[in-house]
Write a protein that binds this ligand. Structure first.
Ligand SMILES: N[C@@H](CCC(=O)N[C@@H](CS)C(=O)NCC(=O)O)C(=O)O
Length: 213
């Protein structure tokens, strides 16, 4: 892990959160970065100095020099474009850019809301009112895409969209909020083999040990 103190790239991170996706993304980039660890249980995310960069008081937040980005998909989108050497995004005029952006934002816009409805046993808003569809439709759309993945969503090329969609599927299956369809399991298993994801998981496991020690 190119973890370097005072690096230009800094991730505000907390273990076992959506920030894991931003950390995985940074690991894929292979650029030096530093981590500012927040302990959510202690309320670090509501301290004035953190609210100044993320007024919602949520992790993750990425700082890159003078640029501040929050929202996981926006962070992944930003990093892939700002550090193109890693090849994690199709270029703006590449025909694959459309599906890339769609999958990058499909997770927070559609998959997360239906998972949260399920987790809270909440009656879903009518699909004509909400910005997403009913659970079965949302899942079947992503299932079709994953079934066609060869091996990644956009074909041979791994992109930031795989980080966001793959993470949603991994957590959804783990917490039984998504069905463990063979297509989902095969795709998640493939992503689990990525050394960058393994480094992120090892880092989060180590900080969790420190918090609980
Ligand atoms: N829409 C945000 C969601 C971030 C989020 O909900 N983070 C949670 C952890 S998974 C958090 O910071 N919770 C602390 C709190 O709300 O106090 C994103 O995609 O980055």
């Amino acid at each position: 892990m190119p973890l370097v103190q005072n690096a230009k790239l800094k991730l505000y991170h907390a273990a076992r959160t959506r920030a894991a996706m931003a950390l995985w993304m940074l690991e894929e980039l292979d650029e030096p970065f530093s981590i500012e660890l927040l302990t959510l249980q202690k309320g670090d995310q509501r301290k004035p100095e953190y609210l100044a960069i993320n007024p919602m008081g949520k992790v993750p937040t990425l700082v890159d020099g003078d640029t501040i980005v929050s929202e996981v998909s926006a962070i992944c989108c930003y990093l892939a474009d700002a550090y193109p050497k890693a090849g994690l995004a199709p270029a703006v005029h590449d025909p694959l850019r459309g599906p890339y952006l769609k999958w990058l934002f499909y997770s927070p816009s559609c998959i997360e809301p239906v998972m949260i409805d399920k987790a809270l046993s909440r009656t879903a808003a009518p699909r004509t009112t909400s910005g997403w569809a009913d659970y079965d439709t949302v899942i079947s759309v992503v299932r079709d895409a994953v079934a066609k993945a060869s091996p990644y969503l956009l074909g041979e090329r791994f992109t930031a969209a795989d980080i966001v969609i793959g993470s949603a599927l991994r957590w959804g299956i783990q917490f039984k909020l998504l069905p463990d369809l063979p297509e989902f399991v095969a795709y998640v298993d493939l992503l689990n083999q990525r050394p960058a994801l393994q480094r992120q998981l090892a880092y989060d496991a180590s900080i969790e040990q420190q918090i609980t020690a």
